[in-house]
Design a protein around this ligand. Sequence first.
Ligand code: 15L
Length: 266
Amino acid sequence: MSGVGFRRVLLTGAAGRIGSALRPGLRTEVEELRLTDRTTVGPAPGTTETFVQADLLDEAAVARSVEGVDAIVHLGGIPDEAPFDELLGPNIHGTFTLFDAARRAGVTRIVYASSNHASGFYGPADRLTGEEPPRPDSLYGVTKVFGEAVGRLYADKFGLQVIAVRIGSFEQEPSEPRHLHTWLSPGDALRLFRSCLTDKPVHFLTIYGVSANTQTWWPSGDAARTIGFEPQDDAERFAEKISNGATDTWQGGRFAARDYGRWAAD
Ligand code: 15L
């Protein structure tokens, strides 16, 4: 695996679960790992890390946060189903604000944290590489499709290099039957985002962020080969601990249920 090629990298949503987990592995590979979030990050920024507090809806703060960086890993936003009004700011408006600030600042690459819920209404017999039409399973999934579309627009219109990563289930260990198909281990998450930050040019790629699970729904395809992502972990190792569960009707699991998020209760 080749190392991170970009020297100054911005991590949005740096206080979140994935952001916090990536920090130690990324900060040793860059000149500056700039962290941003609407709240303070913990642990406090270490060597090579800097912190710019910014709400994704605050254009001036977002502009300050992207100034002088070469690449952005955009993890910020709401990571779950929610009523549309709650998602609208961070996931829709905020994603646009970030991409447009990046364009104006001349950023080379954005790695956009999309989600498997952009395609959660595919079934368990389907095998997806990211080339298929989206089938979001939730309003959250719809916001991720929006972010992917903004990424594609900014790649085609402005030449920004964009990788949309449809993250599976980022967990220390798989803990439910669905994870046998969707698990992304912490080690593979770091391998994945490092691969997304090698400086080999890309135009626009969609890739599933998933470990090398024996029962994967998202086999490694051209995009993974292009960026050299080779996952190493396999949820199957935990199968005995978590078997005997019901099979999911849809890949998105509970996100696909009519009442998930409770915004369509009437
Ligand atoms: C996601 O996109 C969510 O952010 C996370 O909380 C999990 O639900 C994950 O997908 C998953 O599909 O397991």
